[in-house]
Design a protein around this ligand. Structure first.
Ligand code: FAD
Length: 344
């Protein structure tokens, strides 16, 4: 592109908000919704913002964890444009932005999806039934938890499921990683960039991780292994101070001081709705193509329900944007509407 390239797009570049009617009176819901978004994590909210701004009046069904996983953490420092924000505040701002443009938010849980459509039928825990010409599945995933005392209370206060997100907060500190697979070792190695000492606690006396990762971890001077051991409790008043470890061979328990506990014992996609309906990979994640399409035309998926690689708020939000844009094109085609740049 030449340096004197100048396109007069007549853009409104002032700092004033665009002239949109944000206080439009509530209209009754259509018999068949344009699009239903299932899930209220970053993928769901960004899909809602984009479909709402495309005048599709999306209905978003939020599920039991409003805001998704990001609402479970404290400080988020890697979401572009926001230098530092608390997880619940980031989730609340996403919701506010989605509602501002006309997203209808339903605090309910989807119990059934009839993927034979369009229109698709969605049933909820409170007994409601909706039909929609397009669905965006954004039900996310859940890190598998240890299920020990102190874990839930200290999540975001030293207990973490994401070294990429939280490793930075542990500069010069002592951390424990729980697990023996590829993720535990990869994240353990990543944590050595920050932490002074990383102890990997594993319930067996050998690792499940690949040979190269094992070698790298064993050669890293900051990494130590605690074999045949499990975490029995995570302790601390306002933040993690220690863990109680139990040696499964000797039965002995010890309280070990540490600043952080990173849990890597697996990640579970929230896929129950889609079993036997949409194609999944061997780990149960929905299979999508580059246009975020699932195996059923009209059903799109975004975020961690279809992505076990990146697992970040920003990547999930980006995938929600892509799913929304493709859903809009799909609906335009369904209704035989002209779509700029799409048809002829
Ligand atoms: C403790 C913690 C800290 C993190 N810190 C960071 C960080 O600092 N930076 C970062 O980028 N990422 C971070 N992450 C990762 C980030 O939160 C996730 O990548 C992101 O939230 C995934 O977004 P998602 O929309 O795909 O799904 P999720 O956030 O998992 O949301 C899924 C949504 O689907 C809903 N749902 C599920 N089933 C149903 C159903 N049947 N009906 C209706 N709704 C349903 C849930 O209620 C939830 O609202 C962190 C994760 C955790 C757990």
């Amino acid at each position: 592109m030449s340096s004197n390239f100048n396109l007069d797009l007549n853009l409104n570049l002032s700092s004033e908000a665009p002239d949109v009617d944000l206080e439009a009176p509530a209209e009754p819901r259509p018999a068949i919704e344009n699009v239903i978004i299932i899930g209220s994590g970053p993928a769901g909210w960004s899909a809602a913002i984009y479909t709402a701004r495309a005048n599709l009046r999306p209905l978003l069904i939020a599920g039991n964890e409003v805001g998704g996983q990001i609402a479970l953490t404290t400080e988020v420092e890697n979401y572009p444009g926001l230098e530092s924000i608390q997880g619940p505040e980031l989730a609340a701002q996403m919701q506010k932005q989605a509602e501002r443009f006309g997203t209808e938010v339903l605090l309910d849980y989807v119990t059934e999806l009839d993927a034979d459509g369009p229109p698709f039928t969605v049933r909820t825990a409170s007994g409601k039934e909706f039909r929609a010409n397009a669905i965006i599945a954004a039900t996310g995933a859940s890190p598998r938890r240890l299920g020990v005392a102190g874990e839930e209370r200290l999540t975001g206060r030293g207990v973490s499921y994401c070294a990429t997100c939280d490793g930075f907060f542990f500069r010069g500190k002592d951390v424990i990683v729980v697990g023996g697979g590829d993720s535990a070792l990869q994240e353990g190695l990543f944590l050595t960039k920050f932490a002074a000492r990383v102890r990997i606690v594993h319930r067996r006396d050998q690792l499940r991780a690949g040979a190269t990762l094992q070698r790298r971890a064993q050669e890293n001077p900051k990494i130590e292994f605690v074999w045949n051991s499990v975490v029995e409790s995570i302790n601390g008043e306002k933040k993690v101070e220690s863990v109680r470890l139990k040696n499964l061979v000797s039965g002995e328990t010890t309280d070990t001081a540490t600043d952080g506990v990173f849990v890597y014992i697996g990640h579970l996609p929230n896929n129950q709705l889609f079993l036997d309906k949409l194609a999944m990979d061997e780990q149960g994640y929905l299979i999508t193509d580059k246009l975020m399409r699932t195996s059923a035309p009209g059903i799109f998926a975004a975020g961690e329900i279809q992505d076990h690689r990146f697992k970040q708020a920003a990547t999930s939000a980006g995938q929600g944007v892509a799913a929304a844009m493709e859903a809009e094109k799909y609906l335009a085609e369904l209704e035989d509407r002209a779509y700029p740049g799409h048809k002829g």
